[in-house]
Design a binder for this molecule. Structure first.
Ligand SMILES: Cc1cc2nc3c(=O)[nH]c(=O)nc-3n(C[C@H](O)[C@H](O)[C@H](O)COP(=O)(O)O)c2cc1C
Length: 183
């Protein structure tokens, strides 16, 4: 079902970003073409080198190269994708998506995308339970985005509860189901 699909993986700066490497591997194993777009915060959590090596494509991480002036077209990137998955999705980027803030290349690509959008939120229990997060998730769902539910477990803070990103295998299964529902 995923074979030959062009998947644009958006990664944001949460602790679960390390799992994105495994998501890429699973997608590549499923014969998907994968391109990765990240927020500036991601470099503190996982290296661009890891992401580009696994995806076999350069990582889109800034609007332009200040040395050469070359710039990456977020519009072309969005048009390339059959599907955009944002995993993990931080509370910060979620709020920016809701309001249409466009201050990094992940967000401008998101705003340009016409393909199905699938999001996998991940955050600490109290952040996840905050009314701002609940309201933002409801708004994205109302927009037609597919939400991969968080799971319960041990969180980065040491607290146990809801907020963990779903496991990579379950995320890929979710993508299968979304694509199946569209064909
Ligand atoms: C160790 C650490 C782990 C973090 N994990 C999360 C997280 O899981 N979810 C989240 O929403 N924010 C998390 N944050 C906060 C984000 O990194 C912060 O809000 C950042 O501005 C997100 O930027 P971005 O949304 O542009 O990627 C974490 C911060 C630190 C220092």
């Amino acid at each position: 079902m995923l074979k030959g699909k062009k998947i644009l993986l958006g990664i944001t700066g949460g602790i679960a970003a390390y799992k994105s490497a495994y998501i890429i591997r699973l997608l590549v194993k499923n014969n998907c073409e994968v391109k990765v777009v990240v927020t500036p915060a991601v470099k503190d959590f996982i290296s661009h080198l890891t992401l580009s090596t696994l995806s076999k494509n350069p990582v889109y991480h800034r609007f332009f190269d200040p040395g050469s002036g070359d710039w990456d077209s977020h519009v072309e990137l969005a048009e390339w994708a059959d599907l955009m998955l944002i995993a993990p999705l931080t509370a910060n980027t979620m709020a920016k998506m809701v309001t249409g803030i466009a201050d990094n290349i992940l967000l401008t690509t998101y705003l340009s995308a016409k393909c199905p959008i699938i999001i996998a939120p991940a955050m600490d229990l109290n952040m996840y339970k905050h009314p701002a997060t609940t309201e933002n998730l409801a708004k994205l769902e109302a927009r037609g985005h597919h939400i991969i539910p968080v799971v319960e477990g041990e969180l980065a803070s040491g607290i146990c509860g809801e907020g963990r990103m779903a496991e990579p295998e379950d995320i890929v299964l979710f993508l299968h189901q979304v694509i199946k529902s569209k064909t």
